[in-house]
Design a protein around this ligand. Structure first.
Ligand code: HPA
Ligand code: ZN
Length: 338
C-alpha cells in the first residue's frame, strides 16, 4: 500500500520559504572549501552535523552565517542553487520562490553581482534540465541597519528582472518590522512584492505580525503562526487571502515542536497555509519531507496535503494561467491516487 509519505513526495507543489544559503549540505561545504583553499575546523560530515545543536533561532543563526564563508565565486553560488533545485525537483516541486541573503556576502567582501549572477545561472541551468521554475526573493538581514538595507535595495535595482520580491530575515529580537518600514515602502514603489519573516514564539511576535499586516501590508508572511493569539488578525489574514509559509521541521528545531496544532487550526479555518523547508541542509528535511512529517504528526489525509499544495500555487507569484494549470495538476494527482 502507498503511504502518505509517497503521496507527499510526488504531489506537485510550490516551495515558498527556502533560504538558498540554508541548502548548503556538508558535502558541498567541503567541496567549496577545497576549491577556495579554506580551512574548516571540522574534518567529516558527522563533525559538521554535530555542530547543529540548535535550541532557538539565535543559536541556529550562530552556526548558519559562519558556514557561508566557503561561498566565494559565482560558480559556488551557481552550484548551491543548482544542487537545491535538483533535490526540490525530485520531491515534486514545480516552482520555487527562494530567499537569498546578499548582505551575508557583501558584508564579508563578496560583490552583489557575484552572488546574484551565480544564483541566476543555477536557476537557468535547472530550468533547462528539470523544467523547474524559480524566482529570487532578496532578504534584508534585520540585525543590520535600515541604511544598509536601503543601500542593498539600491544595489539590487539594476537586477530587478531577476528579483521578484523583497523579504526580511535573521534575528527578530530587537529588530521589529517597523525598523524597515521605509525600505519596504520604497521596495513597493520600485515594483517588488513584499514578504517578511515573523518567526515563531519571538518576544512581541503578535505585535510584529500586526505591524506586518496593517502597516507594512505585505503580500505574504513567512512563518507567522503566532497569529492564532489574535482572532481578529486571523480573520483579517483570511479575508485578504494572505499566504503563510510555514516550516514544520524547522519549527521543531528552533522551538520544542512543529507547531502542527497552530498550522492545522489555521488550515481548517481557511487560511492559505503552505508547507516549506526553510533551511533543509540544517534541519534535515526538504519540502516533501515537511509535508510528510506534518501529515504524520497531525494525521492529515491526502486531500489535506492536496489543499496545502493548491494553496502554495494560489499564493505564489506566478501567472494566472500557470496557476490554473498547476492547481489542476494537483487535482489530477489526487484523483489518480484515490
Ligand atoms: N528566520 C530568520 N532568519 C533565517 C531563517 C528563519 O527562518 N532561516 C534563515 N535565516
Ligand atoms: Zn526562514
Amino acid at each position: 500500500m502507498s503511504t502518505i509519505r509517497e503521496f507527499a513526495m510526488g504531489l506537485p507543489k510550490a516551495e515558498l520559504h527556502l533560504h538558498l544559503e540554508g541548502t548548503l549540505e556538508p558535502e558541498l561545504k567541503f567541496e567549496l572549501a577545497r576549491r577556495n583553499g579554506i580551512e574548516l575546523p571540522e574534518r567529516t560530515v558527522e563533525e559538521v552535523v554535530a555542530t547543529y545543536d540548535f535550541t532557538d533561532l539565535t543559536s541556529f543563526l550562530a552556526v548558519y552565517y559562519p558556514a557561508m564563508r566557503v561561498l566565494v565565486t559565482a560558480d559556488d553560488f551557481r552550484d548551491l542553487a543548482y544542487a537545491y533545485l535538483t533535490k526540490a525537483a525530485s520531491q515534486g516541486v514545480q516552482h520555487v520562490e527562494m530567499f537569498f541573503d546578499p548582505q551575508a556576502h557583501t558584508s564579508r567582501g563578496v560583490p552583489f553581482h557575484t552572488v546574484i549572477s551565480g544564483y541566476r545561472r543555477g536557476i537557468l541551468d535547472a530550468r533547462r534540465e528539470f523544467g523547474i521554475s524559480a524566482e529570487l526573493i532578496l532578504c534584508m538581514l534585520r540585525d543590520f541597519s535600515a541604511e544598509y538595507a536601503m543601500a542593498t535595495l539600491m544595489e539590487a535595482l539594476p537586477y530587478r528582472d531577476w528579483i521578484i520580491g523583497i523579504g526580511l530575515d535573521s534575528d527578530e529580537r530587537g529588530n521589529p518590522p517597523e525598523k524597515f518600514a521605509e525600505v519596504f515602502a520604497r521596495a513597493r514603489t520600485e515594483g517588488f512584492l513584499l514578504t517578511m519573516h515573523c518567526d515563531i514564539d519571538q518576544v512581541g511576535s503578535i505585535d510584529n505580525i500586526r505591524t506586518v499586516l496593517t502597516q507594512i501590508e505585505v503580500d505574504r508572511i513567512d512563518h507567522g503562526t503566532n497569529i492564532v493569539e489574535d482572532p481578529a488578525l486571523v480573520d483579517l489574514a483570511i479575508e485578504r487571502g494572505l499566504g503563510f509559509t510555514t516550516c514544520p521541521i524547522s519549527n521543531s528545531f528552533v522551538t520544542a515542536q512543529m507547531k502542527s496544532a497552530e498550522i492545522v487550526d489555521l488550515l481548517r479555518r481557511g487560511a492559505k497555509i503552505t508547507v516549506n523547508s526553510d533551511d533543509p541542509a540544517y534541519f534535515g528535511g526538504y519540502v516533501g519531507d515537511n509535508y510528510a512529517a506534518l501529515a504524520e504528526q497531525a494525521d492529515l489525509t491526502p486531500a489535506d496535503l492536496a489543499q496545502i499544495a493548491k494553496n502554495s500555487f494560489e499564493v505564489s507569484w506566478i501567472s494566472e494561467r500557470r496557476r490554473a494549470d498547476l492547481i489542476a495538476s494537483v487535482d489530477a494527482y489526487l484523483t489518480t491516487w484515490s
